[in-house]
Design a protein around this ligand. Structure first.
Ligand SMILES: Cc1cc2nc3c(=O)[nH]c(=O)nc-3n(C[C@H](O)[C@H](O)[C@H](O)COP(=O)(O)O)c2cc1C
Length: 215
């Protein structure tokens, strides 16, 4: 489709010679894995910025690009915020043990008490995608952007892992929401831990069989 609001000079040229083969794409896409063990090494800001730049090229409903990013750059702050998630989990375990069991909080806190941090996995950084809570497509748009970030991080030799416990707690626990300084009309729609992986995977595990109905 022709874009009449921007000329070719306003766009990046596609380098046709950089195209990937289906075989390369399949290995790259299927070989992406969640990384949960990180080196004690921070990622330079310009690299984190590059991740965000690529993430922001995700498709979005009505091309609204609703995502905003909060990057927790300081590993000590990541630890502090993970501690707040742990505080919340402890509170839920006390007040609603059934929900805590169902959401896996008891397991996470048992690990925490044994020095095994399963909330931010010892990652040096966590990136939160947040957006207008009233925009109907914030969930889909932020998820797609984080997914691109995840894949691009893999291509850069970085490791990433979705922080499901983290961003759900951002929305449920006001002290964490405030600690991140998110605007009051926003919600967190995803979070991803980022760092340098300690280990490299050698295999691609099988997924469930395809569930499809052909009509
Ligand atoms: C929405 C979402 C939330 C997730 N939350 C967590 C999390 O809090 N902690 C974690 O270790 N992994 C989390 N994951 C990673 C999944 O466990 C992982 O993608 C799945 O087990 C498949 O493994 P793979 O990513 O290595 O292929 C999350 C993934 C998604 C998509």
């Amino acid at each position: 489709m022709k874009l009449d609001w921007v000329g070719p000079e306003g766009c990046k040229q596609i380098k046709q010679e950089l195209g990937v083969t289906p075989e390369q794409a399949e290995q790259f896409l299927c070989g992406r894995r969640s990384i949960r063990t990180f080196k004690e090494k921070t990622v330079p800001r310009n690299v984190l910025e590059k991740l965000l730049e690529v993430a922001c090229s995700a498709p979005s409903a009505k091309n609204q690009q609703p995502w905003h990013w909060t990057v927790v750059e300081d590993p000590a702050q990541v630890r502090r915020l993970a501690g707040m998630v742990a505080d919340w989990m402890r509170m839920v375990i006390q007040t609603d043990p059934e929900a805590a069991e169902e959401r896996g909080f008891k397991r996470v806190m048992a690990a925490w008490d044994n020095g095994n941090e399963r909330i931010c996995r010892g990652a040096p950084h966590i990136i939160v995608a947040h957006a207008d809570k009233n925009w109907p497509f914030s969930t889909e748009d932020c998820t797609l952007a984080i997914s691109l970030l995840d894949l691009y991080a893999t291509s850069m030799g970085l490791g990433a892992c979705w922080g499901g416990y983290f961003y759900k707690t951002v929305n449920a626990y006001p002290p964490l929401f405030e600690a991140l300084g998110l605007p009051s009309d926003h919600l967190a729609f995803g979070a991803i831990m980022v760092g340098y992986p300690k280990f490299r995977y050698q295999h691609i595990p099988p997924r469930n069989p395809i569930r499809v109905t052909w009509k």
